[in-house]
Design a protein around this ligand. Structure first.
Ligand code: NAD
Length: 476
């Protein structure tokens, strides 16, 4: 028997799917190490029907305290298994083990937060004009589909699953085909924690088959999706027929703005990891840098030195900061952007080459001399590539910052707080951080403007978005 689940979790049972098995590869060695069962429309249908049955037969109506207790149990099971979750994630995604441990622990925190939030999901009493008694209830919706990407497989699964379950909905989770292992483990831990059958089901499979079947199933009330803008748009269209609710967390091309009055030396030391963490495969990657002209050259030199000091290599080692990319095609995609920049005589200040023959590694690339029409400046690369431009005028810089279809994240560095806040308000993005790159918090809403998404993960907003509001009026 495998040391981790390899089948689908449907209605409390591990079963084989009828799709072509998913071949799972270790990005650090390029060796395949598992084959995972894949769902097709038939299994998706079974899962959604079982979810609906679990909803009607108890999950919807379970007293909040009891539901909270079960989610606390699950948080504890995650905490007890942080190391095995992290080891599996590193093997499957190639991310450094220290990051994987942090993410597994953060997943437990997400369940703890929503287990507690159950007691804070409130309606309103409303003083309607004609008198009487008017109030609202927040009710669960029914089966929620969670469709997740490969870059933070475990943590994003927790972001989607925890608020949906807490609000009283069953979840059918479809992880990305490249990285289904820790989602299956989450399903196993949920079983061990005593969640009723059918409340959390996990169905790996191809997006075009399993994902599509889930997104179009008439009993699915809401789709919580994280992934590319292209597939997000497709999901929105698929959802339209049944007016399914959607929340979409999509791509980004986030700015990192450094003024000369900032502690720019600190910004230069810390900023490489704001774009190269997770080997740049991060929707929040600060991949466009705007640096005030008067410090541009010094800043770039220090940034390049900090980049070259990063520990790149075997993701199982504690000291590794940057591992391989998730697969060969993802690395090739980044390389096409770098080659294009080179052909256009842009200045590749460091990186962009492969450090060795084995593993999908790519040395982080720093590019200057880019023009605002360059593809590397405009498109989400989703790899370890940063482009930098100098600015002199704040208003002109802000126009460039907002001249993008994306609007997810960003950072502003300045010691003038008025200026930093003025700029932060004007950047068109769902989250932004000042004098730090930390902008994702379990308790606070996370999501994008424009083509970076619709709706918010995390915080109370995510849980409220897993409910329908019902207004009840009692006549006098
Ligand atoms: P993707 O869009 O290729 O896939 C995401 C999920 O959608 C996968 O589970 C996939 O199997 C499924 N899918 C694909 N086609 C489908 C279809 N036709 N119907 C239903 N489901 C389908 O994204 P990815 O390559 O896994 O992840 C990278 C992208 O995710 C990047 O664009 C990144 O910015 C984005 N992302 C966004 C956030 C955020 O919170 N905004 C977080 C992480 C990643």
């Amino acid at each position: 028997m495998s040391e981790f689940p390899t089948q689908l979790l449907i209605n409390g049972k591990w079963i084989d799917g009828s799709g072509d098995g998913l071949d799972i590869t270790n990005p650090a060695t390029e060796q395949s190490f598992a084959e995972i069962s894949a769902a097709t429309a038939g299994e998706i249908n079974q899962a959604v029907e079982a979810g609906q049955a679990a909803f009607e037969s108890g999950w919807r109506d379970m007293p909040p305290g009891q539901r909270s207790e079960l989610l606390h149990h699950l948080a504890r099971r995650i905490r007890d298994n942080v190391e095995s979750i992290a080891q599996l994630e590193t093997r499957n995604v190639g991310k450094p083990i220290s990051d994987a441990r942090w993410e597994a622990d953060a997943g437990a925190k997400v369940f703890e937060y929503y287990a507690g939030a159950i007691g804070h999901l409130c309606g309103q009493t409303i003083p309607v004009a004609r008198g009487g008694f008017d109030f609202t209830l927040r009710q669960p919706m029914g089966v929620i589909a969670a469709i997740t990407p490969w870059n933070f497989p475990f943590l994003i699964a927790c972001w989607k699953v925890a608020p949906a379950l807490a609000a009283g909905n069953p979840v059918v989770l479809k992880p990305a085909s490249l990285t289904p292992l820790t989602a299956l483990l989450l399903g196993q831990l949920a079983q061990e924690a005593g969640l009723p059958d059918g409340v959390l089901q996990v169905v790996p499979g191809a997006g075009s088959e399993a994902g599509n079947a889930l997104a179009t199933h008439p009993l699915v009330r809401k789709i919580g999706f994280t992934g590319s803008t292209e597939i997000g748009a497709k999901i929105m269209k698929l959802a339209a027929n049944d007016i399914k609710r959607v929340s979409l967390e999509l791509g980004g091309k986030s700015p990192n703005i450094v003024f000369a009055d900032a502690n720019w030396q600190r910004a230069a030391d810390e900023s490489p990891m704001s774009v190269f963490a997770n080997t740049g495969q991060d929707c929040c990657a600060r991949s466009r840098m705007f640096v005030e002209q008067s410090i541009f050259d010094d800043f770039v030199n220090q940034f390049v030195a900090a980049t070259e000091a990063l520990k790149i290599g075997d993701p199982t080692l504690d000291e590794t900061q940057v591992g391989p990319m998730v697969c060969a095609s993802q690395r090739e995609l980044s390389e096409t952007f770098i080659a294009e920049a080179r052909d256009a005589n842009r200045d590749i200040r460091t990186g962009g080459d492969r450090p060795g023959d084995s593993g999908f590694y790519l040395n982080p690339a720093v590019i200057t001399g880019v023009e605002t029409v360059d593809r590397a400046w405009r498109e989400e690369i989703f790899g370890p590539v940063v482009c930098m431009r100098p600015f002199t005028d704040e208003a002109e810089m802000l126009r460039e910052v907002n001249d993008t279809n994306f609007g997810l994240s960003g950072s502003v560095w300045s010691s003038d707080l008025n200026r930093a806040l003025r700029v932060a308000r004007q950047v068109e993005s769902g989250v932004i951080s000042i004098n730090t790159h930390s902008s994702v918090h379990t308790e606070a809403p996370f999501g994008g403007f424009k083509r970076s998404g619709l709706g918010r993960d995390l915080g109370m907003s995510a849980m409220e978005a897993c409910t329908e509001v019902k207004n009840i009026y009692v006549g006098e």
